[in-house]
Design a binder for this molecule. Sequence first.
Ligand SMILES: *Cc1c(COP(=O)(O)O)cnc(C)c1O
Length: 422
Amino acid sequence: MTLTERDKKVIWHPYTQAKNAMPVIGITSASGPYLFAEDGNRYIDAVSSWWVNIHGHSHPYIAEKVAAQLSNLEHVIFAGFTHEPAVLLAERLLPVLPGTQDKVFYSDNGSTAVEVALKMCIQFWSNSGVPERKRVLAFKDSYHGDTFGAMSVSARSIFTDAFASYLFEVEFIDLPTDENIADLRQLIASQADNLACFIFEPLVLGSGGMLMYRAELLDQLLELCRDKGVLLIADEVMTGFGRTGVPFATAGLHNKPDIFCLSKGLTGGTMALGITTCTDKIFEGFYSDDKLKTLYHGHSFTANPIACTAALASLDLFLGEETQANLDRITRRHANFSAKISGHPRLKDIRQTGTILALEWETGTDTSYLSGLRDRMYKWFLDRGILMRPLGNIIYLMPPYVISDEDLDYIYKQIEIALAEI
Ligand SMILES: *Cc1c(COP(=O)(O)O)cnc(C)c1O
C-alpha cells in the first residue's frame, strides 16, 4: 500500500474536509525548495510548507547541529532547570528584535506564543491593580492561531463559527487607511481605559488573505495606544525572520512593541517552537512576593533543547550575508514580475511586501465559479510541480529564501499561463 492509502485509514488532516478532499501526497524526502513524492513527482515548495521552511528543507547545517545536540541533551523539565541552548538562544535573539526586549518565554507554536502574550497583558493589568483593563484590541481580518484565546482575537469566520459562543469579546477594528485613520484613533481613544493590549500582525495579515497595509498608518495607531497605556503585541509569527524583506516587519516602526510572538520561521521549519518575548516593564509586573502574581503557564516541552538548537542554527543562517542577499533578490524579482502582469484583466489586485507576493483573482459575480476556483487552482499548480495553497481566490508565493532564479521564473511563467487558462 502507498502512504496515501495507509494515511486515509488512520489520519485526520488539518483544515481538511475528508469527504471531498483530494488524496494526500506522500512525501518521502525533501531538500532545498523541493519536496519528493513517493510516486516520483517533485514539487517546488512555493509556500515554505505553511511558511516555516525559510532556509529550505533538510538544511545540512541545521541537521548537523540538531544531530550533535540529540546525543548530548534531548530534553529536561524547564521549571527549576535550564540549559545552554535555551539561554544562548535568548541571549542571541533578544538583541536582534526591534526595540528593547528583555525576557524570553518559551512555548511550542505560534498559537501558544499568542496565548502567552495575551495572558501576560491581561494579568499584567490585574497584577497592577487595574483589572478593568482587560479587553483586547485586534484587526477584524487577523489570524493569530487556532487555540481558544488565539481564535478569540482572530477574524470571526467559518473557521471559528462552531465555537463562536465560547470566544471572548474583542474590540475589532478595520485595517488603517488614509480615510479611516482618524476614526480608528478616536475609537481607540474612547475605549482605551478598558484596553489591556493591541495585538496585530505588522504590515501583512497572512491567513486573512495576505492583506497589506502601510507602516506609517500602523505607527499612528501604535503611537496612540502607547500614549494611552495600551500594551503592544506584535504577532510576527509569520512576518518574522525576513519574510517581509527586512529582518522583522516592525523594524521600521517608530513605536516599538512591548511583546513579540515568534514561531514559524524560528527553527527554519525543523522543530515546533514558540517564543513570546517581553520588556522588563511587563516582567516586573509579575515580580512579587505575592504568589498570585505568578504567570501560571507552561507546556511539557517548554524550551526543548533540540528545538532551541534548531532555532540557533536557523538564526546563524538568517544572520548570514547570503540570506539578506536572497531576500533582496526575491523581493526584486517579485517586483519585476508584478510590474509585468500589472493591469491583467483577470487580476483584481497584485500585492507585494518583501518575499510575499499575492495575486487576487477577479471572480466577477459568479459565486459558483468562486467556490470551485480555489481547489482548481491548487490542483492546477500541483499538476505543474508547484505547491501553492490559494486562500480563496488569492494565490500567493512565500518561497524558501534559497529558491533559485530558475525556479522563480518557472513559477512566474506558470502563473502567466494560469491567467490565460483558469
Ligand atoms: C500561523 C500563525 C499563527 C499560529 O501559529 P501556529 O504555529 O500555526 O499555531 C499565529 N499568528 C500568525 C500571524 C500566524 O501566521
